[in-house]
Design a binder for this molecule. Structure first.
Ligand code: IYR
Length: 229
């Protein structure tokens, strides 16, 4: 066994070295990364320009680096480019959204959404070259065929989606977090097993040339943080 290795509970632990930066580099890198992510916004107007599959693979691999409860990695990312499938997803999503906007959502909810300009039309589900449908794995089936619940599934998959969205932006592509509700139609259309539940639907592609986004602003640091020194 190498010097920087140790068995804990019968499992191998190995040394880990985080990247080293000078304090100047650290300050610059943290500011640059913030700047990069601060230039992201949800885009609802897509171009139909294709995106190479390898880029989608890299983006999904990035999401898969997320930490998860007991390292169960309780996620599945379905990447859909098939036009018929995208069309079926759009039809089913718009059907749910008709119900949502016309009866299920409260007046207050509709008022809160007004600045974003969203509506029941989800044409981006057909125009974007890729849809990434994220499923959470509520449980796994063990060797005896017994259901074993996963841990902190929403937290784990939520973090993975954050990384996914950051990776999409870093690649120069756009997305938005679409949440048609209820979302069970996605498991049906994509023929997912019973332990998988739809979590988030993200169209991925280039922004349309004439894309418009709402002129909205982020809360400043003072509003989102409290420092105890
Ligand atoms: N799921 C609907 C409505 C919607 C709800 C929220 I909260 C948003 O931030 C945006 C939209 C839709 O996708 O249109």
């Amino acid at each position: 066994m190498a010097a920087n290795e140790k068995m804990i509970n019968g499992y191998r632990h190995i040394g880990y070295e985080a990247p080293h930066y000078t304090s100047e580099e650290m300050t610059r890198r943290s500011a640059d990364f913030y700047k990069l992510l601060d230039s992201r916004c949800s885009v609802r107007h897509f171009s139909d320009r294709t995106v190479a599959e390898v880029v989608i693979e890299n983006i999904i691999k990035t999401a898969g680096t997320a930490p998860s409860g007991a390292h169960k990695q309780p996620w599945k990312f379905c990447a859909v480019a098939n036009p018929e499938l995208k069309k079926s997803i759009r039809i089913a999503a718009e059907k749910e959204e008709e119900e949502n906007y016309n009866s299920r959502m409260s007046e207050r909810w509709l008022k809160d959404l007004a600045p974003l300009g969203t509506d029941t039309n989800k044409e981006f589900l057909e125009i974007a070259p890729w849809l990434i449908v994220v499923f959470k794995e509520a449980y796994e089936v063990d060797e005896n065929g017994e259901k074993q619940n996963n841990y902190y599934v929403n937290e784990s998959v939520g973090i993975a989606c954050g990384l996914l969205i950051s990776a999409i932006h870093n690649a120069g592509l756009v997305t938005l977090t679409h949440t048609p509700s209820p979302m069970n139609f996605l498991a049906e259309l994509l023929k997912r097993p019973k332990n998988e539940r739809a979590f988030l639907l993200l169209p991925v592609g280039y922004a349309a040339e004439d894309a418009l986004v709402p002129d909205i602003h982020r809360k400043p640091l003072e509003e989102i943080s409290v420092f105890y020194k």
